[in-house]
Design a protein around this ligand. Structure first.
Ligand code: SF4
Ligand code: SF4
Length: 172
């Protein structure tokens, strides 16, 4: 293979240097934002989970409308409710399928006459969770979902172990 011979203009690299500078200057003046200054800035949470922001993170009101979490983002879990009663029938399918033992459920007799059991304890340990979504897929009642809430910050590990009450307040 023969080596390419540069002419005088190319050998100076002047045009390429100017072209490179042009790109730099363009980006300097025409700024397209790809990063946010988290936690001062937060992403706009899409769909139902806008409520998540209001319920769970009152400080995170500075939403950036043009930057959104994608619709299929797998963030913090939520238990869906019909009226005041949860959909979960404490069948433990999600607990069984979870590869990281992140879910713990203790059933009790349901106050809802339409079903036998409901969870007395429903706990998701987010420090174990890999956000694979298996629990959501396994649920026969569409009772558990994953929200686009991504701001999972805590000072101590137990704070990332979320309980039934908190899981239910995410989406109504
Ligand atoms: S998302 Fe995956 S790892 Fe997390 S609780 Fe559900 S099944 Fe377990
Ligand atoms: S969330 Fe779904 S899979 Fe898990 S215990 Fe409740 S009904 Fe069963």
């Amino acid at each position: 293979m023969t080596k390419k011979k540069y002419n005088f203009k190319e050998a100076l690299y002047l045009i390429e240097i100017l072209r490179g500078l042009g790109v730099t200057i363009k980006h300097f003046f025409v700024r397209k934002k790809f990063a946010i200054n988290y936690p001062e800035e937060t992403l706009h949470i899409v769909g139902n989970t806008q409520q998540t922001m209001k319920v769970m993170d009152k400080d995170a009101q500075k939403l950036i409308d043009r930057m959104e979490v994608t619709m299929n983002y797998r963030g913090k879990h939520a238990l869906l409710v019909d009226g005041d009663l949860g959909r979960c029938v404490a069948c433990k399918m999600c607990e069984t399928v979870c590869p990281f033992f992140a879910i713990y459920i203790e059933p009790e007799e349901s106050p809802d006459p339409r079903k036998e059991r409901s969870p007395r304890i429903f706990e998701v340990d987010l420090t174990r969770c890999a956000y694979c979504g298996y629990c959501v897929e396994a649920c026969p009642e569409n009772a558990i979902t994953m929200t686009s809430f991504y701001s999972l910050v805590a000072r101590q590990r137990p704070e990332l172990s979320i309980q039934k009450k908190e899981l239910r307040t995410v989406i109504k």
